[in-house]
Design a protein around this ligand. Sequence first.
Ligand code: NDP
Length: 271
Amino acid sequence: MPVPRYAVFGNPIAHSRSPAIHQMFAAQEGAAIEYERILAEPGRFAESAAAFFAAGGLGANVTVPFKTDACAWADSLSARARAAGAANTLIKQPNGQIHADNTDGLGLVADIRRHFQVALAGKRILLIGAGGAARGVILPLLECRPASLTIANRTAAKARELAETFGASAAEFAELPAAGFDIAINATSGSLSGQVPAIAAKVFTQCELAYDMAYGREPTAFMRFAQNAGAQRSADGLGMLVEQAAESYRLWRGFSPNTAPVLAALRAGEI
Ligand code: NDP
């Protein structure tokens, strides 16, 4: 039997921790898998993915900047991938067709619930940002039945468009109410360059959790800002990364990995 092959497509991709994460999942399952990084050239995702699956690949993760391309290329889409307009998981089906899914939102929700033990039902949630990451998590957040979901973005028109599409609310940064949210989620790419969205500190005073989808070695600028503003706790997106990977693994192999030791190994710099 050939070793089952999986991969992650992106550009850049050398930094990706997905191979180490998935190899830990495979060790838990007692399975041997191959999981490689594939650097696709801009505009050539379809060619690259087609070659991988034609050569026997069984499943793939997709990261920046190809999530929209993956959605367009796949033969079929899950409801959440269709809603997001983006896919981070491709699954080869027994009939050879490629099914696309998006596990980012489930990853976020699972991390908030499992690792931070924070319930989302009945909460006032603020989602900051209106790019691909924000779009991918709106439906799973709404499925948790929050009291409200407010989307705010630097370019306000994009937040309004998303809010209309999904039946959420939109607000401009300057309009956000003081102490108005229980959970704030930063889905902007500002953290990657140490920038914090231009939102008043008073907005965060009642937050039980300020969650930044970005992650790195240190707490992000958004995490520090929100905690200084009065948020009880803050979190980075490393747990979301592990949880979205676990959901991909389950979709490929029907095995649900235990994410806690994998997250601990990442935090300790062991993988
Ligand atoms: P996009 O480029 O699609 O969107 C960027 C968003 O950030 C836009 O809403 C943009 O606003 C906003 N933005 C950028 N800079 C600033 C700033 N200085 N102040 C305010 N808003 C700003 O990026 P993605 O949606 O793909 O990714 C967003 C983040 O989510 C990244 O940090 C990424 O690493 C992270 N992510 C984490 C995952 C995980 O598993 N943990 C999974 C997926 C993403 P505007 O519209 O005005 O330009």
